[in-house]
Design a protein around this ligand. Structure first.
Ligand SMILES: *[C@@H]1O[C@H](CO)[C@@H](O)[C@H](O)[C@H]1NC(C)=O
Ligand SMILES: *[C@@H]1O[C@H](CO)[C@@H](O)[C@H](O)[C@H]1NC(C)=O
Ligand SMILES: *[C@@H]1O[C@H](CO)[C@@H](O)[C@H](O)[C@H]1NC(C)=O
Length: 458
């Protein structure tokens, strides 16, 4: 596998601090719905800007006979329609570019067939061992703008373990889209939730750009890397996301660049402010991160674990079929020797990863108490213990996410604050270089990034 860069965007920490200070939003990280402090089950029901919700009771939804209406505050708009009758259907014609179906999942549910414009597009199993409300059961985006018909039919089938053959409809969302003539610049609204967008070059004589929303990433793309011809790996932090896994929001996902399909990944710990790289054998590691954010969400905890010492492993996943690809994390087996928030991770010439610096807890500006002025390696080297680096002491208080570049002679060029060294990691020797001219400070807070331009010595 060739060298690929891992893009880190941890600047959201500023948002975290802002919300901690204002105390206005206590639920950003919990089971609670925004605005509430009472723990409730997570529901992905959400109407993004530019979409319109149709409740199950809308007269535009046409039901065959044998549907029953039930009422409860647990349902969207307090009502739901359900049927256990084989062949019973709901048909809905809408104008737009996408559609979503929301309903319940539990042990009494069976399997529905979904048709779009007369063609079967999916079989949806509403069975689930645990009871979940307001789940997004089916979605289709990227349809050509126009009139479409969604039909949901009870197949009368159910999966093993199901106690019933219920199919229900709580609400339908329609992505209204617009009738955009070709070759016109799209005035893109602020996208609804996490999205994957691509810039498309206009083929017309007038050189122009347009922005098209092709799909949704399901989780916020805080860290993103393309892992194959077909997929991007996206790592977020622990937070409310539309995509879910095991009854809680997902915090990482695989996004299919061709079909826009999503696969949620199992991630146990909070990857906020982590670092990552590919090892030379193609395995990606994502290490460090954030503790559980208890002062904000103790009453509404997702069950995530402390990410400060986490090692999250993603083995190579090269095929289009990503069914067996997942994030591996087991803190009792594999973890770093010390906690790190805002650590830099660099692949070395021997194919391993050097894990550099960071803070021992989340915060903003690093200081003597929180500083982790060491490097360690994955797979572990030199006995596995963290190795002290002077450079990470005298660069306080501005040395988080230090800039590090592997040099052709295998040593590592490092910059933090205004200081520069070349680190011979094989012999643990720091060679100090002159400071960056004009007093320019390059690392967090208010972080910069860096590359080496081609240079040669006479
Ligand atoms: C790559 O190396 C790492 C570290 O030794 C190991 O954990 C991982 O399983 C290896 N991956 C493959 C695909 O061999
Ligand atoms: C994690 O590792 C421990 C120790 O090797 C093992 O006992 C446990 O089953 C593992 N947990 C998972 C979920 O794989
Ligand atoms: C160091 O930073 C931590 C985390 O931001 C903060 O709680 C602590 O008060 C700071 N200590 C000093 C001495 O500034």
């Amino acid at each position: 596998m060739t060298s690929r860069s891992f893009i880190l965007l941890c600047t959201l920490v500023v948002i975290l601090i802002a919300s901690t200070v204002s105390g206005a939003e206590r639920a950003w990280n919990g089971h609670t719905t925004p605005g509430s402090v009472k723990p409730t089950a997570f529901t992905p029901y959400y109407v993004p800007p530019g979409a319109r919700s149709y409740d199950s009771s809308s007269p535009l939804l046409h039901y065959s006979s044998h549907w029953k209406e039930s009422f409860s505050s647990r349902y969207i708009q307090k009502s739901i329609r359900s049927t256990s009758r084989t062949g019973a259907y709901m048909s809905f014609t809408f104008t737009g570019t996408g559609v979503e179906w929301f309903g319940n999942k539990d042990k009494r549910h069976g399997i529905a067939k979904v048709y779009l414009d007369g063609k079967v597009v999916s079989r949806i199993d509403q069975w689930s061992a645990s009871s979940m409300r307001q789940q997004r059961l089916f979605w289709a985006y990227d349809l050509p703008y126009g009139k479409h018909t969604l039909k949901i039919v009870n197949t009368g089938e159910n999966s093993k373990g199901s106690h019933g053959k219920l199919v229900d409809i709580d609400a339908i969302n329609v992505m209204k889209g617009s009738k955009t003539p070709q070759n016109v610049v799209v005035q893109q609204q602020q996208p609804a939730g996490p999205t994957m967008q691509s810039l498309v070059v206009n083929a017309d004589a007038q050189p122009q750009w347009s922005l098209e929303q092709k799909g949704q990433t399901g989780v916020h793309a805080m860290q993103l890397t393309v892992i194959s011809e077909t997929h991007a790996l996206i790592v977020d932090k622990v937070e409310h996301n539309l995509l879910e896994i095991n009854g809680h929001p997902a915090w990482a996902a695989l996004y299919n660049l061709k079909t826009h399909a999503l696969k949620p990944l199992n991630m146990q710990s909070n990857s906020f402010c982590a670092g990552g790289t590919f090892l030379s054998n193609g395995t990606l590691i994502n290490v460090g991160g954030n503790p559980v954010v208890e002062e904000i969400t103790n009453a509404a905890d997702f069950g995530d674990v402390d990410g400060l010492q986490a090692v999250r492993i993603f083995e190579p996943c090269d095929s289009e079929d990503v069914d067996n690809c997942d994030m591996y994390e087991n803190h009792s087996r594999i973890r770093m020797a010390s906690p790190r928030w805002y650590n830099t991770v660099l692949r070395l010439t021997d194919g391993s990863a050097m894990i550099i610096g960071g803070s021992k807890k989340g915060g903003w500006i690093n200081n003597q108490t929180t500083n982790n002025p060491t490097v360690e390696y994955f797979p572990p080297k030199f006995g596995g213990l963290p190795i002290q680096l002077d450079f990470l002491q005298y660069t306080l208080n501005s040395n988080l996410f230090p800039i590090a570049i592997s040099l052709p002679d295998e040593r590592v060029f490092m910059v933090a604050n205004r200081d520069v060294i070349i680190y011979d990691w094989k012999h643990n020797i720091e060679q100090r270089l002159p400071q960056i001219p004009h007093g320019v400070r390059v690392t967090y807070p208010m972080t910069g990034t860096g590359i080496l331009l081609p240079s040669h010595t006479g």
